[in-house]
Design a binder for this molecule. Structure first.
Ligand code: HMG
Length: 410
C-alpha cells in the first residue's frame, strides 16, 4: 500500500527587529525603487547575536510541534538544514534536541549545501517515512539561517534571518508530497560561498542569478518528465500552468519572477511553438501574479533566510490561500548555490488551514520592532548578545562558557 507522506505542520521564527528597506536605500544614497521594485523587498529581518541559528531553529520547532500537537516520543528523526551553523563539529540539531528535551532514541544531525540544506533534510525524512523505516514515527526538519553580505555591499538589501520548522509525517495535514517525482541539477560553480572563518558570504551576484536559472531549467524539465510519465500532469503545452501555484527559492522576491519566466520559457521551447515575445511578456506577467505572487508576501518582509526561503514562501502561501488550494497540486523549487537544486511537487491537504491558524506567520511578524539604519549597523558589528529582553518565551543564545555555547528560554 502506498504511504502518503508530507508536511504535517509548519512554523516560522524570525528575529524581533527589522528595518524598512526604503530606509536602507536612502541611507545608501540609492533610489528606493531599486530595492522595492527592482528587488521586490519591503522589510529585512535583523538578528542580534542572541538570536542565532540555534535559537531561531528551536523557537520555530517548538511552535511547529505545538501546532501538530505532537510529543517528542512520536519523533524518530531531527534534521537541521543550515549553512550558518555555530560549531565546526556539534550540529545545530544537537542543540535543538537538547533545548526541546527530545528523546535519546532519535537520529539527530545537520545537512548542508547552501540554501538547499533544508531540502536535503526534507527529502531524507520523506524517503525514511515512505520506505517504512520510520514505523509510526514522524520527523522534524528545520531550516535555520542568518543571511549576511555586509554593510553597503550589493547583497546588503538581500540579507535576512529566520527559521522554518516542519513536521514530516504520514497522512499529512498540510501538503502531501509526490515522493520520487522530482528533477535535480547540480554543477560545481563559485556563484556564492562563505570561506571558513568569514561571517559574510562571498557572492558573484549576477552570475548567481544565471546559475539559479540554469539549474531551474534542468530541474523543472526533470520533474516534468517524471510527472508526465506518472500521469500527474498532461503533456499538452504549458505544463507549468497545470500547477495551481509554484513556490520558488526566494533570495529576493524579484528572483521568483525571473524563475517563473524561465519555467514558462522551458515549456514554450519544449512544445516547439513559435511564440510572440510581446504576448508572452503579458501572459507571463499575468501568470506570475496568479501562480507565484501570493507566496511572496512573507518573504518580502523578512528577506533571504537561505535554507528556509522556499519554505517561508510555502508557509506564506498556505497562510493566505490554503482553503482555495485544497486538493490542488503546487510546484516547489529549491536552489542551493555551489550548486544543487531540486524541483518537486505536492498536493495541498484538507487540514492545511487549520494547521496554519495554529501557528500564524502574521502574528510572528506583528510582534517585531522596526529599528533605524544606525541601530541595524551597530547590531551587525556585535559579537555578543544584547541584554535587551527577547520575545517572551523565546529561546536565546546567552554567551560562551568554557568554549560551550549557552542558551536560555526567556
Ligand atoms: P545590483 O547589481 O546592485 O542590482 O545587485 P542591479 O543593478 O542588477 O539591479 C537589480 C534590479 O533593480 C534590476 O532589475 C534593475 O533593472 C532594477 P532586473 O533587470 O534584474 O529585472 N533597478 C531598478 N528598478 C526600479 N527603479 C530603479 C532601479 N534601479 C535598478 N531606480 C543582486 C543585485 C541580486 C546581484 C545583489 O543584490 C546580490 O548580489 N544579491 C545576493 C546574491 C543573490 O541573491 N543571488 C540570487 C541567486 S543565488 C541564490 O538564490 C542562492 C542564495 O540564496 C545563497 C545560497 O544558496 O545559500 C543567494
Amino acid at each position: 500500500m502506498k504511504i502518503r507522506v508530507g508536511i504535517d505542520a509548519m512554523a516560522v521564527a524570525v528575529p524581533r527587529r527589522y528595518i524598512d528597506i526604503e530606509d536602507l536605500a536612502r541611507a545608501r544614497g540609492i533610489d528606493p525603487a531599486k530595492y522595492t521594485q527592482g528587488l521586490g523587498a519591503r522589510e529585512m529581518a535583523v538578528a542580534e547575536p542572541g538570536e542565532d541559528t540555534v535559537s531561531l531553529a528551536a523557537e520555530a520547532a517548538r511552535r511547529a510541534l505545538a501546532a501538530a500537537k505532537l510529543g517528542g516520543s512520536e519523533l524518530g528523526l531531527l534534521v537541521v538544514g543550515t549553512e550558518t551553523g555555530v560549531d565546526h563539529s556539534k550540529p545545530v540539531a544537537s542543540y535543538v534536541h537538547g533545548l526541546l528535551d527530545l528523546p535519546r532514541t532519535m537520529r539527530v544531525y545537520d545537512t548542508q549545501h547552501a540554501c538547499y540544506g533544508g531540502t536535503a533534510g526534507l527529502m531524507t525524512a520523506l524517503e525514511w517515512i515512505a520506505s517504512g523505516s520510520a514505523g509510526n514515527r514522524s520527523a522534524l526538519v528545520i531550516c535555520s539561517d542568518i543571511a549576511r553580505y555586509g554593510i553597503a555591499t550589493a547583497g546588503e538589501p538581500t540579507q535576512g534571518a529566520g527559521a522554518v520548522a516542519m513536521v514530516i509525517g504520514q497522512n499529512p495535514a498540510m501538503l502531501e508530497l509526490d515522493v520520487g517525482i522530482s528533477g535535480t541539477s547540480s554543477t560545481h560553480v563559485h556563484d556564492f560561498w562563505r570561506p571558513l572563518g568569514l561571517r559574510e558570504a562571498q557572492v558573484d551576484g549576477h552570475y548567481s542569478v544565471q546559475c539559479y536559472l540554469d539549474a531551474l531549467a534542468d530541474s523543472y524539465r526533470g520533474w516534468k518528465r517524471r510527472a508526465i510519465m506518472r500521469e500527474l500532469v498532461r503533456d499538452d503545452g504549458l505544463v507549468s500552468e497545470k500547477l495551481a501555484r509554484i513556490c520558488y527559492h526566494v533570495p529576493f522576491c524579484k528572483m521568483a519572477k525571473k524563475a517563473h519566466l524561465q519555467v514558462r520559457k522551458c515549456d514554450l521551447e519544449d512544445s516547439h511553438v513559435l511564440w510572440d515575445a510581446a504576448a508572452e511578456d503579458e501572459r507571463g506577467a499575468l501568470s506570475f501574479r496568479e501562480q507565484v505572487e501570493p507566496s511572496l508576501a512573507a518573504c518580502s518582509r523578512v528577506g533571504n533566510v537561505y535554507t528556509g526561503s522556499l519554505y517561508l514562501s510555502l508557509a506564506g502561501l498556505l497562510e493566505t490561500q490554503a482553503p482555495a488550494l485544497t486538493g490542488k497540486r503546487i510546484g516547489l523549487f529549491s536552489y542551493g548555490s555551489g550548486c544543487t537544486s531540486e524541483f518537486f511537487s505536492g498536493v495541498v491537504a484538507t487540514r492545511a488551514a487549520e494547521r496554519v491558524s495554529a501557528a500564524p506567520i502574521a502574528e510572528v511578524l506583528a510582534g517585531r520592532q522596526r529599528i533605524s539604519i544606525s541601530e541595524y549597523e551597530s547590531i551587525m558589528a556585535l559579537t555578543t548578545p544584547l541584554p535587551a529582553p527577547p520575545h517572551p518565551g523565546a529561546f536565546r543564545f546567552t554567551g560562551v562558557v568554557d568554549h560551550r555555547r549557552q542558551y536560555a528560554r526567556a
